[in-house]
Design a protein around this ligand. Structure first.
Ligand code: PLP
Length: 424
């Protein structure tokens, strides 16, 4: 099935007499006729629902839809994008392990790697995604377990050379995890370029209406864990908490996702509420219609800003003279997303005055939903980072992150024009 059809009908195929719309199974528990059946479920010898912390039918249907959209073998929903990125890495990288991550990633993920995972004994080396393969290679160590990047970085809006990252990761016997939140599988499917595992904050375009916080992890099934068994004992040696079962042997291509559910979800929680998955599913049903409109509007806004001399710079890969244009032509031929970054002539205060003068476009700590919104990372999301860390993460202190919604482009541009007029 094509992506458009998967958006609308993927994940849920009702049987005779069942609801056409994905039902919300708001139940923690599931009933069985005898104790033996329940025991089989606990031993992972039989598939079935027994407790919603592990699996829930509404959540699973939505995970299945996203899995199909990305072209993976399995997927698991989480209660936030943060949980998705943490679980995706922690599933294969424990204390004593090491991560190589692009500096061009979401501020929350940067903190996760730079602060919290270090406390768990997991080290991280940040690399400039524009570096050559030789330069990237220098960041790897014998204990490196994973490489991490974002298709389109939040908030820098730079496009990752996925094939380059995949080549370096695989040369070092580790998988590449890509956070594909901004591109969505409508505009890029990282698995087609050698990426092994994809994550999303479903809070953003997938939901698209800013109604729920959620995340997802999708596995391509491509990575050969057994070939690098010494690096991934969690998958390739017996799990004492499951009677000595070995994930790769028992579950084959589903081993990574099964371990996520059976071990990390069991022990750490962070499931989405079925109600939230229902809302996420409603968003997904129109993802293929919304993404082109976001791109079209963002292109118009980027061109307007590009031609206005009160604007110092604009970063949107759809602009022909943009440094990301070539990579975007390769990885995002149908458009990138609705988010762009720009700076105004003047100082940090100019950005703040401009944002305060906007009317239709609101200042919100959000991005990638139907309503246009704006944020100043240096004053908001990235407050915790020093100027040096900001620059390292590719964020200029004057950077305004503009998330172009699906209103009429003319109205959005009119609002920007009046705000620019108001601050001069
Ligand atoms: C928002 C975001 C996250 C974090 O997701 P939450 O759902 O807010 O926890 C991770 N990665 C990217 C690229 C994001 O935009």
């Amino acid at each position: 099935m094509k992506r458009e059809t998967l958006c609308v009908q993927g994940g849920w195929a009702p049987k005779n007499g069942e609801p056409r719309v994905l039902p919300i199974i708001q139940s923690t528990t599931f009933k069985y006729d005898n104790s033996e059946e329940m025991a089989m479920l606990f031993d992972l010898k039989k598939e079935g629902y027994f407790y919603s912390r592990l699996q829930n039918p509404t959540n699973d249907a939505v995970a299945k839809k996203i899995c199909a959209l990305e072209g993976g073998v399995g997927a698991m929903l989480t209660s936030s994008g943060q949980a998705a990125n943490f679980y995706a890495v922690f599933n294969i990288c424990e204390a004593g392990g090491h991560v190589v991550a692009s500096t061009e990633i979401y501020g929350g993920t940067y903190n996760l790697f730079n602060v919290t995972m270090r406390k768990l004994g997991i080290d991280c080396t940040f690399v400039n995604p524009e570096a050559s393969e030789e330069e990237l290679q220098k960041a790897f160590r014998p204990n490196t377990k994973v490489m991490f990047g974002e298709t389109i970085s939040n908030p820098g809006c730079n496009v990752l050379d996925i094939e380059k990252f995949a080549a370096v990761a695989h040369r070092n016997g580790v998988p590449l995890i890509i956070d594909n939140t901004f591109a969505t599988p409508i505009n890029c499917r990282p698995f087609e370029w050698g990426c092994d595992i994809v994550t999303h904050s479903t809070t953003k375009y997938m939901d698209g209406h800013a109604t729920q916080v959620g995340g997802v992890i999708v596995d391509s099934g491509h990575f050969d864990w057994e070939k690098h068994a010494d690096k991934f004992p969690g998958l390739c040696t017996p799990d004492d908490s499951y009677h000595g079962l070995t994930y790769t042997k028992a579950f084959g291509k589903m081993c990574y996702i099964t371990k996520l559910v059976a071990q990390l979800m069991r022990d750490l929680g962070s499931i989405p509420a079925p109600q939230n998955s229902f809302l996420l599913n409603l968003g997904l049903e129109t993802l293929h219609l919304r993404m082109p409109q976001h791109c079209k509007n963002a292109q118009a806004v980027a061109e307007f800003l590009h031609d206005d001399d009160r604007v110092a710079w604009v970063n949107y890969s759809g602009l022909e003279d943009n440094k990301n244009h070539e990579l975007a032509t390769k990885y995002l031929p149908n458009g990138s997303c609705g988010v762009l970054a720009f700076g105004l002539k003047g100082d940090r205060n100019t950005a703040i005055k401009f944002m305060d003068a906007l009317k239709l476009v609101n200042i919100v700590t959000h991005v990638a939903d139907a309503r246009s919104c704006v944020l100043h990372p240096a004053s908001h999301t990235h407050r915790q980072l020093s100027d040096e860390q900001l620059r390292e993460a590719g964020i200029a202190p004057d950077l305004i992150r503009f998330s172009v919604g699906i209103e009429a482009a003319e109205d959005i541009i009119d609002d920007i024009r009046q705000a620019l007029d108001a601050i001069k």
